[in-house]
Write a protein that binds this ligand. Structure first.
Ligand code: ATP
Length: 327
């Protein structure tokens, strides 16, 4: 089976070709880079309008007419972006006369880790820009075991970096500056299985305004935020009795987060897997890979029922591509 994936939930206009027999994924992406500030929905949608046709054309050249299905990110994400990507995917599926598959972007972030690791029953930490979830599969759905009570983890970091005047995206800059910094204490907010990032960001901004060196605040941010994510992931492993953890989402490109999770897993005898960076940040490869599983399970959409859903939660998705009794 060969599936074209199309992604465009926020900043990354992307198309990919997944060849299931060869287990190969070719990805073509074009990132939106705001001139100043964060992601502006209207500008991001304009970027999708310009970039999506080009990335799809490149992938169609690669496919050379051999495509069995078209999968697209149905949500969650920015409505104006999702609508453009949805229209492109519908038009493409109809032109090629192949089934259309609507993929939940958050489930794709975790399934690409399951695909790469070969793990059966992992707990998944999704640490992305607009979201932060800890999930595990049970009885036909991915269950949300813990999640952010306010902003996504990457968006919180990006807000801090905008405050100090750094260009979007902020995550890589925080990582670079943290390497030269001394730890600064910031509020640590885990409540039950959920986490909150907004208070930490306000405290981090205040610390910089009060004259604490920015490198030290970056170090404190990394240590605090990633310790929170690691604690909840560990609790999820303990509560579910599972011994596999996969990481998903753009913040997962951070070395310090990966090393904390790896250390925690090693200490409790669990296995840890983080996909390569091209599959962590937003990308159409993960959409094509999950799209192929869904298409094989017959989980396709009529064009009339393929509306986007900007608030599409991962626990709303019936997991048709796994046996209900699977662990
Ligand atoms: P979602 O997948 O929830 O829709 P998103 O579309 O914003 O989120 P992702 O590609 O998953 O996108 O993640 C982007 C985020 O990753 C940005 O907030 C960015 O700052 C952050 N990020 C990228 N690299 C790093 C890094 N090295 N360290 C920390 N954060 C990073």
């Amino acid at each position: 089976m060969r599936v074209v994936g199309v992604e465009g939930t926020a900043w990354c206009a992307s198309a990919a070709l997944y060849d299931a027999d060869a287990d190969s994924v070719v990805i073509e992406s074009d990132a939106y880079q705001p001139d100043s500030g964060g992601i502006h929905p209207r500008e991001a949608a304009e970027h999708m309008r310009q970039a999506i046709p080009r990335v799809i054309e490149t992938i169609l050249d690669e496919a050379d007419g051999d495509v069995d299905a078209v999968a697209f990110s149905r949500g969650p994400g920015l409505g104006p972006c999702l609508r453009i990507v949805g229209s492109a995917a519908r038009a493409l599926a109809q032109t090629l006369d192949v089934p259309l598959v609507g993929v939940n972007h958050m489930v794709a972030h975790l399934e690409i880790g399951r695909h790469g690791s070969g793990f059966d029953a992992p707990v998944c930490l999704n640490a992305s820009g607009a979201n932060a979830h800890v999930l595990a599969y049970r009885n036909g759905r991915y269950r949300v075991l813990g999640e952010t009570m306010d902003t996504g983890v990457g968006n919180a970091i990006d807000k801090f970096t905008r405050h100090v005047g750094w260009q979007h995206p902020g995550g890589p800059k925080v990582e670079a500056h943290a390497a030269d910094g001394e730890y600064t204490e910031l509020p640590y907010v885990v409540k039950g299985m959920d986490f909150s990032f907004s208070g930490i960001m306000s405290a981090a901004k205040q610390a910089v305004d009060d004259g604490v060196p920015v490198d030290d605040v970056c170090r404190g941010l990394e240590e605090t935020v990633f310790a929170m994510l690691t604690e909840v992931s560990e609790r999820a492993l303990a509560l579910t009795g599972r011994d596999e953890l996969v990481l998903g989402g753009g913040v997962g490109q951070n070395d310090r987060l990966r090393s904390m999770l790896a250390e925690m897993c090693e200490a409790r005898g669990a296995e840890f897997y983080a996909p390569e960076p091209r599959f962590l940040r937003d990308n159409a490869g993960m959409i094509a890979v999950l799209g192929a599983r869904m298409a094989e399970a017959g989980d396709t959409l009529d064009v009339d029922d393929s509306a986007i859903d900007s608030h599409f939660r991962p626990d709303e998705v019936p997991v048709t591509w796994r046996a209900p009794e699977a662990p």
